[in-house]
Design a protein around this ligand. Structure first.
Ligand SMILES: Nc1ncnc2c1ncn2[C@@H]1O[C@H](COP(=O)(O)OP(=O)(O)O)[C@@H](O)[C@H]1O
Ligand SMILES: CC(=O)N[C@@H](CCC(=O)OP(=O)(O)O)C(=O)O
Length: 265
C-alpha cells in the first residue's frame, strides 16, 4: 500500500441476509471485493451477520427463537450456540472466501483489541448487546498493514459475558469508531417503498414516516435506525444495497447513486 492509499478513509461493508448460504454469491462478491481492494487501494473492513445460520443451527438443535422489534431474544443458555454460528462458522466461511480470492484477512469479533465496548441492551432480550464507543487501535493497525479485518457481531461485556449484537448496529458503530464510509449489503436491491419500488434517496423524515406506516419494518427498521444515527455522527450518507448484483457493486462501493438507497439525515 502506498502512502497516498493508506491516507484514504476506510470503507466498512456490512454483509447480511442469505449471502452465507450461497457459495456462488459469495464467490461473485469476493471476486468484486478483490478488484475493489486492489484498484481503489482503500482500507476495507467487513462486518457480518448470519441470522440465517443462527436460525438453522438453533432449529437443528431443537431450539426455538423469537425476535422483538427485529432483534433476536437471546436466552443466556443459547449464547454459546449463537456465538459459535456467528463468530465461528459465519466468520470462518467469509475468511475462507477472502483467502481463496487472495485477500489477506483477519477474523475478529467486537471484543478483539477492545474494538467495541458492549453492554446489555435490555434485560427482556437476554444476552443482546449494545455498543457504546470503542477503540480503533488494533483495527487501524491491521488496515494500515493492508489486512482485511472480518468482524462478527459477537461482543463481550466488561465482566466477561458473551453478547449477541445486531450486525447492522455493529457495522454502524464500527464505521463511527473508524470514521469510515459505510455500505450495507442485504438481500434486497435497496429500501423499498409501499409499491415495492427501490427508494434512491431516503432522509430521516421520510424514513420515520415509512416506519410509522409499517412499510419499513423488522430487520430493515433496525438497519435504517442504525444508519440514520451513523449518518449524523459521520456527516455523510450511508448506502444500503444488494450483494446479489456484483456488476452493480463497484459503483455502489464507489458511492454512485444509480443503485441501492442512500440514507441521509
Ligand atoms: N421497506 C423495506 N424495504 C426492503 N426490505 C424490507 C422493508 N421492510 C422490511 N424489509 C425486510 O427486511 C429484510 C432485510 O433486513 P434483514 O433481514 O435484517 O437483513 P440483513 O440480514 O441483511 O441485515 C428484507 O429482506 C425484507 O424482508
Ligand atoms: C441481536 C440480534 O438480533 N442479533 C442478530 C445477529 C446476526 C445478524 O444481525 O445477522 P443479519 O445481519 O444476517 O441479520 C441475530 O441473532 O440474528
Amino acid at each position: 500500500m502506498t502512502t497516498q492509499q493508506s491516507q484514504l478513509s476506510p470503507l466498512v461493508i456490512k454483509l447480511g441476509g442469505t449471502l452465507l448460504e450461497s457459495d456462488k454469491a459469495l464467490a461473485a462478491l469476493f471476486t468484486t471485493l478483490k478488484t475493489f481492494f486492489d484498484e481503489s487501494g482503500r482500507p476495507l473492513l467487513l462486518v457480518h451477520g448470519g441470522g440465517v445460520l443462527v436460525d438453522n443451527q438453533l432449529k437443528a438443535m431443537g431450539l426455538t427463537s423469537t425476535k422483538k422489534d427485529g432483534l433476536r431474544v437471546t436466552p443466556f443458555d443459547q449464547i454459546p450456540v449463537i456465538a459459535g454460528a456467528l463468530a465461528g462458522t459465519a466468520n470462518k466461511l467469509l475468511l475462507a472466501q477472502a483467502i481463496a480470492h487472495g485477500i489477506n484477512s483477519v477474523g475478529l469479533c467486537l471484543a478483539d483489541g477492545g474494538l467495541c465496548r458492549v453492554s446489555q441492551l435490555d434485560p427482556e432480550l437476554g444476552a443482546v448487546g449494545q455498543i457504546e464507543g470503542g477503540d480503533a487501535t488494533l483495527v487501524s493497525t491491521l488496515l494500515q498493514g493492508g489486512f482485511l479485518p472480518v468482524v462478527s457481531s459477537i461482543g463481550i461485556t466488561f465482566d466477561g459475558q458473551l453478547m449477541n449484537v445486531n450486525a447492522d448496529q455493529a457495522a454502524t458503530a464500527i464505521a463511527e469508531i473508524l470514521d469510515a464510509d459505510l455500505v450495507m449489503l442485504s438481500d434486497v436491491s435497496g429500501i423499498l417503498d409501499g409499491k415495492g419500488q427501490r427508494i434512491a434517496e431516503l432522509n430521516e423524515a421520510d424514513a420515520l414516516e415509512l416506519m410509522k406506516q409499517n412499510i419499513i419494518k423488522d430487520g430493515m427498521a433496525v438497519k435504517v435506525k442504525a444508519a440514520l444515527k451513523a449518518t449524523k455522527t459521520l456527516g455523510k450518507p450511508v448506502a444500503v444495497g444488494s450483494w446479489r448484483y456484483p456488476e452493480q457493486l463497484l459503483s455502489l462501493l464507489a458511492g454512485e447513486s444509480e443503485c441501492g438507497t442512500r440514507i441521509s439525515h
